[in-house]
Design a binder for this molecule. Structure first.
Ligand code: ASP
Ligand code: MG
Length: 442
């Protein structure tokens, strides 16, 4: 672990041997919630600067600000205009940055706050879910060159097409931070949050869950997609595509957190690294779908057009002549209404649509699963022993997910965490280089 951090530092030192190294530090909503937290974040930023690093800090909106702004919009309108929603939501992050700049000034340092647009975050024009197309980091570089600490409002950018302010989807400040780190060639992108790292399961459900010293990009991608809230999915994808090392750590305690790195640097992986869960998804079942070519393409094409992300999909060949198929898929609960509207809009495609507003999902993730048979069987045995009915199953080479009743999720998470021996007593063998790697008990 320490070895890995040192290696990141050395690589960075070699890269910027002529200059100071650049670090990007991102602070989440709870880390800037009130004046005390903002001052604490400012002190962390100043300490990094005083150690010789050039610092760009990306801040989220304070506490529940974004939720409150969303609620304010719905108090006014049932269908707030997405462009205006972005104007509204982008203010939260700006408040944090301006206040933090003031705190840094009082500590005797130079700091400048920038909106996403001023920082050169260029996105497409898909309001409330925009994707970063490019980071034009000249202004940040100039400010760093002038010995400034740069504070960038997370979660937002500007579309060059429409010249409008956009936001990047909930949790999007993580992606802002990673994108800036990539553009600047930063040594590390540190994500400061209210937990000390990425855990083998949610510690609120599994008290003996342990902090993982390192996970691979692939594992983190699966974990974020399966419901882990630590990092926005898109930020992990961006980090993987651009080789940005991420360090998730606590803004309240000065201890090493979890490194997210390329698999080649994570050494030997355990069979199962973590159990992840979610209760934030809904299921749509399209009943009586015509069994002919092109139908699935029309359904999922229309959903993609409407920017709805689909997760687990299940359909089987209907039995018997002229039989109709049932097609089920899961979506984020926020997208449920849009998904239903989209399929309704396709007219004659099916007999009816059924929805389950809240479903539960548990997943196990581990890069070592690729080469180990029997992992799925063990998952299903655990569910059987706990009398949990599995409603849908989906797999990738390094993940197994089960859709189950939402109220049985905690039971399933505990059962799987125990069955795969992921608890505190799991071993961390010392290796000759001094790097710890998590392994599963034999
Ligand atoms: N403030 C935004 C949110 O609550 C973005 C972020 O925090 O990353 O989703
Ligand atoms: Mg967040």
């Amino acid at each position: 672990m320490v070895g890995l951090i040192l290696r990141c530092m050395e690589a960075a030192a070699a890269k910027d041997s002529q200059e100071d190294r650049i670090v990007v530090m991102k602070f989440g909503g709870t880390s800037v919630a009130g004046p005390e937290e903002i001052k604490r974040a400012a002190a962390r930023i100043v300490a990094a600067r005083e150690s010789g690093d050039r610092v760009v800090a990306v801040l989220s909106a304070r506490g529940k600000t974004t939720d409150e702004l969303v609620a304010a919009a719905y108090e006014i309108s049932d269908r707030p205009d997405p462009r205006e929603m972005d104007m509204l939501l982008s203010t939260g992050e700006r408040v944090s940055c301006a206040l933090c700049a003031m705190a840094i000034h009082d500590m005797g340092h130079h700091a400048i706050s920038l909106t996403g647009s001023q920082a050169g975050i260029v996105t497409d024009s898909s309001h409330t879910k925009a994707r970063i197309m490019e980071v034009k980091a000249d202004r940040i570089r100039e400010a760093l060159g002038d010995e400034q600490i740069v504070l960038v409002a997370g979660f937002q950018g500007v579309s060059t097409d429409s010249r409008d302010v956009t936001t990047l989807g909930r949790g999007g400040s993580d992606t802002t931070a990673v994108a800036i780190a990539a553009a600047l060639g930063a040594s590390v992108c540190e994500i400061y949050t209210d937990v000390t790292g990425v855990f083998s399961a949610d510690p609120r459900i599994v008290p003996d869950a342990r902090k993982l010293p390192v996970v691979s990009y692939e594992e983190m991608l699966e974990m974020s997609a399966a419901g882990a809230k630590v990092l926005q999915l898109r930020s992990v994808e961006y980090a993987r595509n651009n080789d940005v090392p991420i360090h998730c750590r606590s803004s309240f305690e000065d201890v090493p957190g979890t490194l997210v790195l390329p698999e080649s640097e994570t050494m030997e992986r355990p069979i199962v690294t973590a159990v992840t869960h979610s209760t934030g998804e809904s299921r749509v079942t399209v009943v009586g779908v015509r069994d002919e070519p092109g139908v699935a393409g029309r359904i999922f094409g229309a959903l993609a057009e409407a920017n709805v992300n689909v997760d687990v999909i299940i359909q089987n060949e209907p039995v018997g002549d002229n039989a109709l198929a049932d097609l089920s898929f899961t979506v984020d609960r926020d997208d449920l209404q849009t998904a239903v509207d989209v399929i309704d809009g396709l007219g004659d495609i099916s007999n009816s649509i059924r929805t389950d507003e809240q479903i539960g999902k548990v997943s196990i993730v581990g890069a070592g699963m690729r080469s180990h048979p029997g992992v799925a069987a063990k998952v299903f045995e655990v569910m059987g022993d706990k009398r949990i009915n599995i409603e849908m199953i989906s797999t990738s080479p390094i993940k197994i997910s089960c859709v189950i009743p939402a109220d049985q999720v905690p039971e399933a998470v505990k059962g799987l965490h125990g069955a795969f021996g992921l608890g505190e007593d799991a071993t961390f063998p010392e290796d000759p280089t001094g790097e710890h790697r998590p392994t599963v008990k034999p």
